[in-house]
Design a binder for this molecule. Structure first.
Ligand SMILES: Nc1nc2c(c(=O)[nH]1)N[C@H]1C(S)=C(S)[C@@H](COP(=O)(O)OP(=O)(O)OC[C@H]3O[C@@H](n4cnc5c(=O)[nH]c(N)nc54)[C@H](O)[C@@H]3O)O[C@H]1N2
Ligand SMILES: Nc1nc2c(c(=O)[nH]1)N[C@H]1C(S)=C(S)[C@@H](COP(=O)(O)OP(=O)(O)OC[C@H]3O[C@@H](n4cnc5c(=O)[nH]c(N)nc54)[C@H](O)[C@@H]3O)O[C@H]1N2
Ligand SMILES: [Mo]
Length: 805
């Protein structure tokens, strides 16, 4: 059975005979990653194996991907500068970014070069000319966290233009606080799996409960809990409904029913369900009265009093592609049974991505079960490992960032807009702002050539700044498209500490191997540049890495102690290697306090209640985000009748890696088909195009094209195709805008549109394409080849520290 664990303990002994091996593993140094904690086995100065942490019942194989990648050909070994930038100065030949050789410098040269360039840009354009939103997941580890480092460094230098919100769920981050008072701070309060097992009878999961995503938690995972949580609920007899274009979004052995909805139409389905509840008098009127505001305004819209269109099950069926009787049936079952609604984060990453979460909250309110044990609403079960966990959170301290002297910001996914439209206005959450004029981009710990949409548009935006500086450990497309590349260490090459507010484990991450080449910790790179700028003392705070790590632990222990949870002393923690906080006595149910006492535990909304209609949002006057949940047909969806691009492309998270990280490693390479990203397709759509399983195809639309390998499956809705994100961008003609990606990065296809004027979040999942066979003419893949590297004169005459790699 799939649920019985496809990947558990992949390197741990299977039986008691291996007890000796198990206890031996416990003596190995421990580390933590966004995909789990591991015991690290080394030999001859190299990583030999990563073994799942003994506390983890469901260790992720993703970790193995590092073994051949850490010192493989993609590793960046020396500070490197794009040739014509070095020869001709900032701003020259920006169209050669991604297509040119790099000159390898000494650290000393590189540090003073970066310091000079930062100083020049600041004096000519001010600090707001520097963009260091630097979005990205980097690595686990509380101290060597790239964003914390770069932000602290630039704050010491006077500041930088920053970015707000995330690619994960920006639409919810901005919209949901208007509805229930908060969003992100509520995620750790999600109703826990044990509460669902005992309190719910039915879970309706919009976007499913994808266990592949539960492998991950930002900042580190002690023990994976999603598979067990789901199993516990199934064993207790809870029924699951998977509403989504992919059957595999909910474990198929769970016996769940599958409603293969058209992508981007969940709001219409929810409105259809709502209409049934209203017309059959199945709403919980007491709940609506006591705990919400604005239901009557919303109800008038649902009943068609506003636009003359009643949002009946028939109306919804015509939009979402689920039969009206199935919609009615589902609505009645949701009203009759104790129901939990889960809304996948993916629903926010589409045009009008604010609506499905707002509609989901309205629906859960109409059912009247918010705040009851195991019922109500949850945002994204198994989107990451932490959602639905029954555990206590460690109140982790982080590296102090200082204050940013620049107020300018962008909503994170408006980066191309900013670069292409300096000085122009943009809307965001009720106000209007101006895009600053960016001259220098500084990125550490993220990969915009992974995460951003419409990469061809981004390539033209990428030509605007005079200088682009990137810290990374591997020659991924972000590094290849930079001017100055500074090689950082991988997390296994440094001591650190893993603490996340979304996990009960603290892990003493141990340096397992020496840094490859001349790579340095981000902290040391920035300290070196700070020295050239005369701000070293300010940046380091007079502490070494080891002293900072101790400081973070002791500050965390102090906070934890003041909340009544004692943590061991630092030396004891280091000896043991890890520590876990005891779980709370009672399973958590989201908003149970509010339900118990709506007056003293009022929500942070203007009314203190759930705002099904928000006067605040209504007053913003945004046609693309009105004052209550509304069906707004996107430009690209299956109902658009687009004959040129008739297939809806879903670009979801990759199962075998985190985003673009370790794409070059063994686990990710195994997930590819003929070396390229697979594209899943319904048999009927393949037949229409005469395509065979495994065939190489071109996926294309008006924005771009990529090569992929077809995987035929009946586990996908007809008319929908799916490609995971994460394949490194690999243009056939580097530097040329519009060149086909040979490797299958789907962000050459996705639209660069803000979800709405409210949140301006990314809208990747509203994307139409077509697919055709390309026969034998398949271009060779070069995604994982490093650029051409040239040694500088200075390096040749004075080689620095010996290279180990
Ligand atoms: N089409 C489409 N696009 C999407 C999504 C989607 O669903 N569809 N999802 C979006 C989402 S939710 C997200 S969160 C983003 C993720 O986008 P990112 O977070 O930008 O992706 P990562 O590949 O995790 O990039 C992290 C980078 O940090 C580097 N790194 C690791 N450790 C260190 C370190 O210690 N120091 C430094 N300097 N660098 C380090 C890694 O090598 C890697 O290049 O993608 C978004 N993009
Ligand atoms: N293995 C792995 N796990 C990860 C990550 C990773 O890169 N790799 N990334 C992590 C990060 S940063 C994030 S933000 C989370 C994201 O977590 P999610 O947002 O849950 O991730 P996705 O895999 O993009 O989407 C889940 C499913 O939603 C479905 N879906 C897409 N569009 C629609 C729609 O319009 N309607 C419905 N009903 N369903 C739809 C898709 O079939 C998809 O498989 O995942 C985290 N977990
Ligand atoms: Mo994300």
């Amino acid at each position: 059975m799939q649920l019985e664990n496809s990947m558990r303990n992949f390197d741990l002994p299977a039986s008691d005979h291996d007890f000796d091996k198990a206890s031996r593993l416990k003596d190995l140094p421990i580390t933590s990653t966004h995909w789990g904690a591991y015991r690290v086995e080394t030999g001859n100065g190299r990583i030999k194996a990563l073994h799942g942490f003994e506390e983890d019942p469901d260790a992720s194989p993703i970790g193995r991907g590092i073994i051949d990648a850490i010192d493989g050909p993609t590793r960046i070994r020396r500070p490197s500068v794009r040739k014509s930038w070095l020869e001709n100065g900032p701003g020259t030949y920006p169209e050669r970014r991604g297509a040119e050789a790099f000159v390898e410098l000494t650290w000393q040269e590189a540090e003073s070069l970066v310091a000079r360039e930062l100083t020049r840009v600041r004096s000519e354009y001010g600090n707001r000319g520097i963009f260091a939103g630097s979005y990205g997941w980097a690595s686990a580890g509380r101290f060597h966290h790239a964003q914390s480092q770069i932000h602290r460094f630039l704050n010491c230098f006077g500041g930088y233009t920053h970015s707000k919100n995330t690619y994960s769920f920006a639409a919810a981050e901005v919209a949901v606080p208007h509805v229930i008072g908060a969003f992100r701070s509520f995620l750790p309060e999600s109703t826990s799996w044990p509460a669902i097992a005992t309190g719910a009878e039915l879970v309706v999961a919009f976007g499913g409960i994808p266990l592949k995503n539960g492998q991950i938690n930002s900042g580190g995972v002690g023990a994976h809990l999603q598979r067990q949580g789901l199993k516990q609920a199934l064993d207790a007899g809870v029924e699951f409904v998977n509403v989504g274009p992919l059957r595999s979004d909910l474990d198929e052995s769970a016996g769940s029913s599958w409603l293969p909805i058209r992508p981007c139409t969940d709001t219409a389905l929810m409105l259809g369900i709502m209409h049934v509840l209203i017309s059959e008098d199945l709403c919980d009127r007491d709940f609506l009265e006591r705990f919400t505001v604005g239901f009557e305004t919303f109800r008038a819209y649902v009943e068609g009093k506003v636009d003359g269109k009643a949002k009946t099950a028939d109306w919804a069926a015509g939009i979402c592609g689920i039969d009206a009787d199935r919609i009615e049936n589902l609505a009645r079952r949701m009203a009759a049974r104790k129901t939990m609604i889960s809304t996948s984060w993916s629903l926010t990453r589409q045009a009008y991505g604010e609506q499905p979460f707002w509609a989901g909250i309205a629906l859960a309110s109409a059912l009247g079960e918010i705040g009851l044990p195991g019922r109500g609403i949850g945002f994204g079960y198994s989107a990451t490992n932490s959602i639905g966990g029954h555990y206590s959170r460690i109140p982790g301290a982080s590296l102090p960032q200082g204050a940013n002297g620049v107020e300018d910001f962008i909503p994170v996914a408006r980066i191309s807009d900013m670069l292409l439209n300096a000085g122009e206005d943009f809307d965001y959450n009720g106000a209007t702002y101006k895009y600053p004029d960016i001259r220098l981009i500084y990125w550490a710990g993220g990969n915009p050539f992974h995460h951003h949409q419409d990469l061809n548009r981004m390539l033209s935006a990428w030509r605007k700044p005079e200088t682009i500086i990137v810290h990374d450990w591997c020659w991924n497309p972000a590094a290849k498209h930079a001017d100055i590349v500074l090689p950082c260490t991988a997390s296994l090459e440094r001591d650190d500490i893993a603490i996340s507010p979304r996990d009960p484990y603290a892990v003493a991450m141990r340096k397992a191997v020496e840094p490859v080449g001349e790579s340095r910790n981000d902290f040391d790179i920035l300290a070196g540049i700070a020295r050239c700028l005369g701000i070293e003392e300010e940046f380091t705070g007079g502490r070494s890495s080891a002293e900072w790590i101790r400081w973070i632990y002791e500050e965390t222990a102090r906070r934890s102690g003041s909340q009544g949870a004692e943590m061991p002393g630092y030396d004891e923690f280091q000896r043991a290697g890890w520590f876990k906080l005891d779980p709370p006595a009672e399973p958590v149910s989201f908003l149970s306090d509010f339900r118990r006492d709506p007056d003293s535990r009022a929500l942070g909304t203007p009314s203190g209640k759930i705002e099904i209609y928000s006067e605040t949002v209504a007053k913003f006057g945004y046609a693309d985000c009105p004052g209550h949940p509304t069906w707004l047909p996107p430009r690209e969806w299956l109902g658009a009748g687009n004959k040129d691009y008739p297939l809806h492309l879903i670009t979801n998270q990759p199962a075998a890696k985190l985003h673009s990280q370790l794409d070059q490693g063994s686990e990710s390479r195994k997930s590819k088909l003929n070396g390229r990203e697979p594209i899943s397709m319904h048999p009927a759509d393949a037949e229409d195009r005469g395509l065979q399983d495994g065939e190489t195809v071109k996926v294309f639309n008006s924005r771009g094209a990529c090569v992929a390998s077809v995987r035929i499956t009946d586990g996908i809705r007809r008319g929908v195709v799916q490609m995971a994100t994460g394949a490194w961008f690999d243009p056939e003609s580097p530097g040329r805008i519009g060149s086909i990606c040979k490797h299958g990065n789907p962000n050459v296809l996705t639209p660069d549109l803000g979800t709405s004027r409210l949140a301006q979040g990314p809208g990747a999942n509203s994307c139409l394409v077509d697919v055709e066979g390309i026969g034998e003419s398949t271009p060779g893949i070069t995604a994982h080849d490093p650029p051409e590297l040239i040694e500088s004169d200075c390096r040749r005459s004075r080689p620095e520290s010996p290279s180990s790699g």
